[in-house]
Design a protein around this ligand. Structure first.
Ligand SMILES: Nc1ncnc2c1ncn2[C@@H]1O[C@H](COP(=O)(O)OP(=O)(O)OP(=O)(O)O)[C@@H](O)[C@H]1O
Ligand SMILES: [Mg+2]
Length: 296
């Protein structure tokens, strides 16, 4: 590049670089993506979410470009793609977590059980109880293990008696595979647990308000392989009761846990297919380039 010293001529610049590098055929970066066009199977027979022509902008910058997708009831779907392609942005639309970002604007139709997620009368607190979220970094409150799990049920008035609350806490910890490790230390501060335990506690906290959907944004990226395996087992168990959307940078993880996989690229939804198909015979050239490690 010649931006540092404008006195160097373009010719000299070219000479400095030696012979031109031949352009690769089928360079994935040159592939033109048709906006709004997704190959594969983006729609589901029994959709929990029906998302149509969704675009998201931060100020003037478009981060999500005309995406249409169904997420099936009790489906586990993975979102994959290079950093910055819009996975987290799109995930956050599903429970309106983008609302807190002033410059963020969401357009299109986003339905949860056929009801408009962005309807002006929609109760966002209730929405987030139905569509829970687990973040990349475990973020337990600096409270006891018990109080972390009881927090949501208390806010939403889900338990009238102490014994009801005890039951919810126990059941949530059991479902999150943490009961045996936590039952004798329910009054201990949650931040004193291991990273893997903290992440399972955050899953228990999400489960405690009986959500229908759990959104997970790279839930294992801060965990060691054993803790990761435990969370992945949990995802498989939870899929019987919940719809799960997981963003992951680990293709192995997507392959292990999800029914379908969605490949995002520069704000486009390029391909959605059965996970096995995405990783063995992807339909789109960009998906293939990504899964074979040519970029990302
Ligand atoms: N709060 C924000 N304000 C402005 N721009 C943002 C904001 N959050 C994300 N963006 C931009 O939107 C685009 C998509 O970002 P996003 O975080 O959704 O990508 P991602 O696929 O989740 O990336 P990663 O894999 O690195 O987490 C990027 O260009 C990013 O810079
Ligand atoms: Mg992200």
């Amino acid at each position: 590049m010649n931006t540092m010293n404008p006195s160097i001529s373009a010719e000299a610049d070219m000479q400095d670089q030696g012979p031109a590098i031949p352009v690769r055929e089928n360079n994935p970066e040159d592939t033109v993506i048709e906006e709004g066009k997704t190959v594969g199977k983006p729609f589901a027979a029994d959709p929990k979410f029906k998302l149509r022509n969704v675009s998201v902008s931060y100020g003037k910058d478009r981060a999500i470009k005309d995406i249409s997708l169904d997420i099936g009831r009790n489906e586990v779907i993975s979102f994959i793609g290079p950093s910055g392609c819009g996975k987290s942005t799109f995930l956050r639309c599903l429970n309106r977590m983008n609302d807190s970002i002033d410059i963020c604007r969401v357009t299109g139709e986003l339905l949860l059980d056929d009801e408009d997620i962005y309807h002006s009368k929609r109760d966002v607190v209730e929405l987030r109880a139905r569509v829970g979220m687990v973040f990349q970094k475990p973020n337990p409150f600096p409270k006891s293990i018990y109080d972390n799990v009881a927090y949501g049920p208390r806010i939403h008035g889900l338990a009238n008696r102490k014994s009801d609350l005890d039951d919810i806490v126990e059941n949530s910890l059991r479902k999150a595979g943490l009961w045996d490790e936590a039952k004798d230390r329910l009054d201990s501060i949650a931040t004193g647990m291991s990273g893997g335990q903290q992440q399972r506690l955050c899953i228990a906290r999400a489960i405690a308000v009986s959500p229908e959907v759990i959104l997970m944004d790279e839930p294992c990226s801060a965990l060691d392989p054993i803790a990761t395996a435990r969370v992945e087992e949990l995802i498989a168990e939870m899929s019987e009761s919940y719809t799960i959307v997981i963003v992951t940078h680990s293709m192995q993880q997507a392959a292990r846990v999800s029914h379908r996989t969605a490949y995002f690229h520069l704000g486009h939804l390029v391909e959605v297919n059965e996970t096995n198909k995405v990783f063995t015979s992807p339909e789109h050239q960009l998906t293939e380039s990504y899964i074979t490690g040519r970029f990302g």
